[in-house]
Design a protein around this ligand. Structure first.
Ligand SMILES: [Zn+2]
Length: 570
C-alpha cells in the first residue's frame, strides 16, 4: 500500500468559483484521490480556503461585515458547494486558522535565521483617493513586456511576466480608478529567492516526468531576464497573519501582515494539523516531515497554470530555505484555462456557469463528467452548451445509462429481480472479458499518469464495450430459442454493472453508488485481473432493484435557456 498526499490549489475566499476554477485544480485532484483510495492506497487529500489579502477585506466591506465573520461564512458556503460536487477532501481547512498563523510565523523565523530574509525600505504606491497603500493587484496598467492594457501590479495575465506596480505604464487604482498615485516609503521583508536559485533549479531538474507546462513556467521564472527575483513577503494591511519571528515580535514590522502568497501554500501543511485537530487523523507529521515517516509519501499538487510559479519556486524556497526536513512536492499537475462560449469566464461580469448555479440545474456527475473529459490539459479548452449537451447525452445517457436500464429492465421482465441462473459464458463472453482486461489496464495506466482526458476516454471505452456486447449477444432474441443462453448473457451484463460501479466511481461517484446500491452493495472493490472472477462475483439468485434512470437527457430547450441565462451580469 502506497501513501499519497494530494493537495488542490486553495480557492480564494471572496466568492463562489466558476467551472473553470473547479476543473483547474479541485476536481482533477478529487479524481486522483478517489482513484488512489479505490486502489487501496492510503490517501490524505487536503484543500482549504485562501482567506487573507485585500480582496477579502474589500469583499467583506462590500457585504457590510467584519472580515473574519465574512470569511467564516464564505468558508461554509464553499465547503457546502464542494460537498455538492462530491469533492472528497479529508479536510477542508482555512488559511486564517491559528495553525497557519503559527506555522507561517515559524517559517518566517527560520528563514530569518538561515539568512534568507532581508529588510527593504521601499516606496509603494499610495492612493490619495483611496486613503491607503495599494496592493499590487489593485493597480492596473499597460504591461511593459507585451503591451497588454489590463496587466496587474504583480503579474501580467497575458504574458505571465512577474511585475512590480512601478513597471506598469499609466497605472491606476482599480478600487477608485484614480490615477493620483504617489510613491511613499514603507519597510518590508523580502524572501531572498535569488540566493536559492541554484538549489531550486537543481531540485526541479531532479523532478522526473513533470509536465512541460509546469517545468517551462518554472524555468522561465528562474532564468528570464535577471533571473529569479527576491520577493516581498509582507504588506501594509490589517487582515492577515501578523509579522512575527516565530513566537517573537519583529522589530520594525509592527502593524504589518504576511503577504498572502507567502502564507497560502503553508496552509497545505497547517491544513493537515487542522485535520488532526478536527479528530479526523492522528498524526500529521508522518505526511509532512521526512524525519517522521514522510519519506515514503508521494506528494502530488493540482493547480491552474497561473499558480505554477508559487508552487515550483515560492513555496519550495520557503520550505527548503527553512533547513528543516519538510516533504517537497513530487509531482505538479497543472492545467490550462477553460474558456466559456467563445470568451472567458468572468467573475466580475457573471459570465459563465458558477459552481452553485451548476448544481442548481443538474446533479454533480453531469458536470464532473463533462469537465473531466474536457479538462484543459495540453491547451486551453472551451465550454459550450452544445458540446455539454452532446457529451452528456451521448456518453452518460446513451452509453452508460442506457446499458444499465436495458439490462435491469429486461432481466426483471424475463427472469425477475435477481441474477438469473443457467447457461454458461461462451466464446463471446470470453472475448469481451479479454477486451475489458486490456482496456482496464489502459485506463489504469492513464489514471496513474493523471492523463485526465485520456482516462475518461478509456473509461468510456469500457462502457462502450459492454454496450456492443449486449447489442450483439442480443439476449432478447436468444430468450425465445434458448432461455439459458439469455440467462448467461444477462448474468454477465448484471455483473458488468457492478464492474462499472467500481471503475466509474472516480469520475461519477453518485451514479456509481446508485449502481452498487441496485445490488444492495455499499461499495465495490476495484476489479483485478483475471476479470472472469470479477465478472462472476454476483451469483445466480443475487437480488437487485431496477435503478431509477441514472442519467436523463439534456433537452434543446434547456440548452438554449441556460445559454441565455449565463451569458453575463450575474
Ligand atoms: Zn504582459
Amino acid at each position: 500500500m502506497a501513501r499519497h498526499l494530494i493537495t488542490s490549489a486553495i480557492p480564494y475566499i471572496n466568492g463562489i468559483k466558476h467551472l473553470g476554477n473547479l476543473v483547474g485544480s479541485q476536481l482533477p485532484a478529487d479524481l486522483y484521490a478517489r482513484y488512489q483510495r479505490a486502489r487501496g492506497h492510503e490517501v490524505l487529500f487536503l484543500c482549504a480556503t485562501d482567506e487573507h489579502g485585500t480582496p477579502a477585506e474589500l469583499a467583506a466591506a462590500k457585504a457590510g461585515k467584519p472580515v473574519a465573520e465574512y470569511c467564516a461564512e464564505m468558508h461554509e458556503v464553499q465547503a457546502r458547494i464542494a460537498e455538492g460536487f462530491r469533492l472528497s477532501f479529508d479536510h477542508f481547512g482555512r488559511s486564517s486558522s491559528d495553525r497557519n498563523h503559527a506555522l507561517t510565523q515559524h517559517f518566517a523565523g527560520r528563514l530569518a535565521e538561515t539568512g534568507l530574509i532581508r529588510e527593504v525600505s521601499e516606496t509603494q504606491m499610495y492612493s490619495h483617493a483611496d486613503g491607503r497603500f495599494l496592493p499590487d493587484r489593485y493597480i492596473e496598467g499597460t504591461c511593459p513586456n507585451c503591451g497588454f492594457d489590463s496587466a496587474r501590479g504583480d503579474q501580467c495575465d497575458n504574458c505571465t511576466k512577474q511585475l512590480d506596480p512601478v513597471d506598469l505604464i499609466n497605472p491606476h487604482s482599480t478600487i477608485s480608478g484614480s490615477t493620483e498615485l504617489e510613491m511613499r516609503e514603507t519597510k518590508h521583508l523580502y524572501l531572498c529567492q535569488s540566493k536559492m536559485k541554484d538549489e531550486l533549479e537543481e531540485w526541479i531538474d531532479t523532478r522526473d516526468g513533470w509536465p512541460v507546462l509546469t517545468t517551462s513556467i518554472a524555468k522561465k521564472w528562474l532564468n528570464d531576464g535577471d533571473g529569479l527575483q527576491d520577493r516581498g513577503i509582507t504588506r501594509d494591511l490589517d487582515w492577515g497573519i501578523p509579522v512575527k519571528k516565530g513566537n517573537e515580535d519583529w522589530p520594525g514590522m509592527e502593524g504589518k501582515v504576511f503577504y498572502v502568497w507567502f502564507d497560502a501554500p503553508i496552509e497545505y501543511i497547517a491544513c493537515s494539523q487542522e485535520w488532526v485537530d478536527a479528530g479526523k487523523g492522528a498524526d500529521w507529521e508522518r505526511w509532512w516531515r521526512t524525519d517522521k515517516g514522510a519519506d515514503d509519501v508521494t506528494y502530488t499538487q493540482f493547480m491552474g497554470k497561473d499558480n505554477v510559479p508559487f508552487h515550483t519556486l515560492g513555496f519550495p524556497a520557503t520550505i527548503l530555505g527553512s533547513g528543516e526536513p519538510w516533504k517537497l512536492v513530487d509531482y505538479i499537475k497543472s492545467f490550462n484555462y477553460l474558456n466559456y462560449e467563445g470568451g472567458q469566464f468572468s467573475t466580475s461580469r457573471g459570465r459563465g456557469v458558477f459552481m452553485d448555479q451548476a448544481l442548481e440545474i443538474l446533479p454533480a456527475d453531469y458536470w464532473r463528467w463533462w469537465l473531466l473529459s474536457h479538462a484543459p490539459e495540453s491547451s486551453d479548452a472551451e465550454f459550450t452548451w452544445e458540446n455539454f449537451q452532446a457529451s452528456v447525452n451521448k456518453d452518460l445517457a446513451d452509453v452508460l445509462g442506457n446499458f444499465v436500464s436495458r439490462v435491469t429492465k429486461f432481466c426483471r421482465s424475463k427472469f425477475g429481480e435477481e441474477v438469473p441462473e443457467g447457461g454458461s459464458y461462451g466464446p463471446q463472453e470470453e472475448a469481451l472479458i479479454a477486451d475489458l482486461e486490456a482496456r482496464l489496464a489502459a485506463y489504469e495506466t492513464q489514471m496513474e499518469a493523471m492523463e485526465v482526458r485520456k482516462a475518461s476516454q478509456e473509461l468510456r471505452a469500457l462502457w462502450v464495450a459492454g454496450n456492443e456486447y449486449l447489442q450483439s449477444a442480443a439476449p432478447w432474441a436468444a430468450f425465445k430459442e434458448d432461455p439459458e443462453r439469455a440467462a448467461a448473457i444477462v448474468r454477465l451484463s448484471l455483473n458488468l454493472i457492478r464492474f462499472y460501479a467500481a471503475v466509474s466511481s472516480p469520475f461519477i461517484p453518485d451514479a456509481s453508488a446508485q449502481m452498487a446500491q441496485a445490488f444492495g452493495l455499499e461499495t465495490v472493490d476495484w476489479p483485478k485481473a483475471p476479470l472472469s472472477e470479477a465478472l462472476s462475483t454476483l451469483p445466480a439468485g443475487h437480488t437487485f432493484t431496477v435503478p431509477e434512470n441514472l442519467f436523463r437527457k439534456v433537452t434543446d430547450e434547456e440548452t438554449a435557456d441556460w445559454q441565455e441565462r449565463y451569458s453575463g451580469t450575474r
